[in-house]
Write a protein that binds this ligand. Sequence first.
Ligand SMILES: NC(=O)c1ccc[n+]([C@@H]2O[C@H](COP(=O)([O-])OP(=O)(O)OC[C@H]3O[C@@H](n4cnc5c(N)ncnc54)[C@H](OP(=O)(O)O)[C@@H]3O)[C@@H](O)[C@H]2O)c1
Length: 339
Amino acid sequence: MSDPTIQRRLILERRPQGTVTNEDVVLHEALVDSPGDGQILIRNHFLSIDPAIRDWMSERPSYLPPIRIGDPVRSTVIGQVVESRVSRFRPGQLVVGIGGWEEYSVADAGQFSLVELKPGDEAQHYLSIYGAVGLTPYFGLLEVGKPKPGETVLVSAAAGAVGSLVGQIAKIKGCRAVGIAGSDEKCRWIVEDLGFDAAINYRTETDMVASIARACPQGVDVYFDNVGGQILDATLLNLNKDARVVFCGAISSYNSTEPVPGPYNFWQILARSATIEGYLVSDYLDQFPQGIAQMREWVGTGRLQFREQVIDGLENTLDAFNLLFEGRNEGKLMVRVAP
Ligand SMILES: NC(=O)c1ccc[n+]([C@@H]2O[C@H](COP(=O)([O-])OP(=O)(O)OC[C@H]3O[C@@H](n4cnc5c(N)ncnc54)[C@H](OP(=O)(O)O)[C@@H]3O)[C@@H](O)[C@H]2O)c1
């Protein structure tokens, strides 16, 4: 590889209010840093574009510290080691871990894992189906939702990266799978191609409580919540006794500029002896290898389908990111910054 000295990176210049703009996140040229002891220099190939990054841009207390003003936007990346100051990694190896929206990342080696491609794998699969995004539905549904055969599993953002896998895993486990998504085309896709039993377009339905009741005539046993807000509220009124709510995300509020009200129907958790559990896929890090092995088997036998959307060019990263909040991404969204 030629000696890299200058790179482009997307820097968080100020905390966004609402939708992130190119005044909040600005493209800069910078010198490529050298790795210190215990660090590696990575030539990034793909950047992961995730809703949670919006949370990291704010000052709210969260599971990771806020991105500092002046730092590149933090994201999971996959790329090739260029220089290593640890014995565990060698130049040329493919690695995945926490880097940034930049062409090169310097990071502590402990933040990265080696990727060993198996026949049929492509590098970007380790940011999607075999990465945290593929494992989020796997552990969230099975370990937190604990679905039993015959139960009804409802999932929001159902045509998205996480949601589309939740419904398919629910079907594999013998459940009735119902998805909520933002267009008729998405609803058709999850029912006709992915095998969900029913779908609800929340953008055209005027009474979500009644729509969920129609699509889930036996009530909801597991609600896998990716969006929060009004859809969560409508679902709470449809829960069965002992239902489980997997609190995985709340994308409807990530760009909010006003305080977000709690669920108005929260009392239903008590009334139905239900549980609601906050869930982070990183809590299952030590079980990732088993999870990947199971996902690989399901993909190999055609029981799981997944969609990836790759956008080229670091300069297009912010536009790509905003697609998530407009419902215009099609599957797991990534930006390719090197071939
Ligand atoms: N807890 C964890 O460990 C963990 C890990 C990964 C992801 N997550 C969470 O999982 C959720 C899905 O993430 P993903 O990466 O799979 O993204 P995604 O579902 O592929 O994309 C986001 C989707 O959210 C929907 N959406 C956007 N704004 C919305 C709104 N105001 N109301 C309802 N739906 C809205 C859009 O679909 P529609 O067209 O259907 O509106 C959009 O396509 C996010 O909340 C994310 O933070 C959590």
